[in-house]
Design a protein around this ligand. Structure first.
Ligand code: IDP
Ligand code: MG
Length: 144
């Protein structure tokens, strides 16, 4: 079983797409273990996107992700990291495969609706930035 951090980014939040996107992931059999709405501050954004700090788009990315509230979620499932990234599609919505979340809902390479962890190890680190242990619920009869 793998876990991934999923973010519903500001552009998708502003268009009321949080429920649709979470529903798509649950519909694929991924289990929702944690969920919250928050407004990321610069410190959290810089830690979450630390790997991109030397990229030319870093400043813009931090400004964008802190521009409005987001939804953060933890999903679990077999091969969850790869499955979720496949359901989301390529970073650039214009290049994302038809039927993926980013192809359907992304606006441009920055405002691409969602984030998902790109490895189990990064997922573990990202989840710890957003959720305490108490906020993550083990999958069981009350959650599907
Ligand atoms: P990913 O979200 O598909 O893993 P990353 O390369 O990790 O893509 O980039 C993180 C985020 O930074 C992207 O989701 C997108 O919002 C933004 N981003 C990536 N590349 C560009 C770019 O070339 N211009 C502007 N924003 C970008
Ligand atoms: Mg990434």
């Amino acid at each position: 079983m793998e876990r991934s951090l999923v973010l519903i980014k500001p552009d998708a939040m502003q268009r009321g797409l949080a429920g649709v996107i979470i529903g798509r992931l649950q519909g694929d059999g991924l289990k929702l273990l944690a969920l919250k709405m928050l407004h990321m501050d610069r410190s959290l954004a810089e830690r979450h996107y630390a790997v991109h700090r030397d990229k030319p788009f870093f400043r813009d990315l931090v400004a964008y992700i802190t521009s409005a509230p987001i939804v953060a979620a933890v999903f679990e499932g077999e091969d969850a990291v790869e499955r979720i990234r496949k359901i989301m599609g390529a970073t650039d919505p214009a290049k994302a495969e038809k039927g993926t979340i980013r192809a359907d809902y992304g606006l441009d390479v920055q405002r691409n609706a969602t984030h998902a962890s790109d490895s189990v190890e990064n997922g573990r680190k990202e989840i710890a930035l957003f959720f305490s242990g108490k906020e993550i619920f083990p999958p069981g009869p009350t959650e599907s």
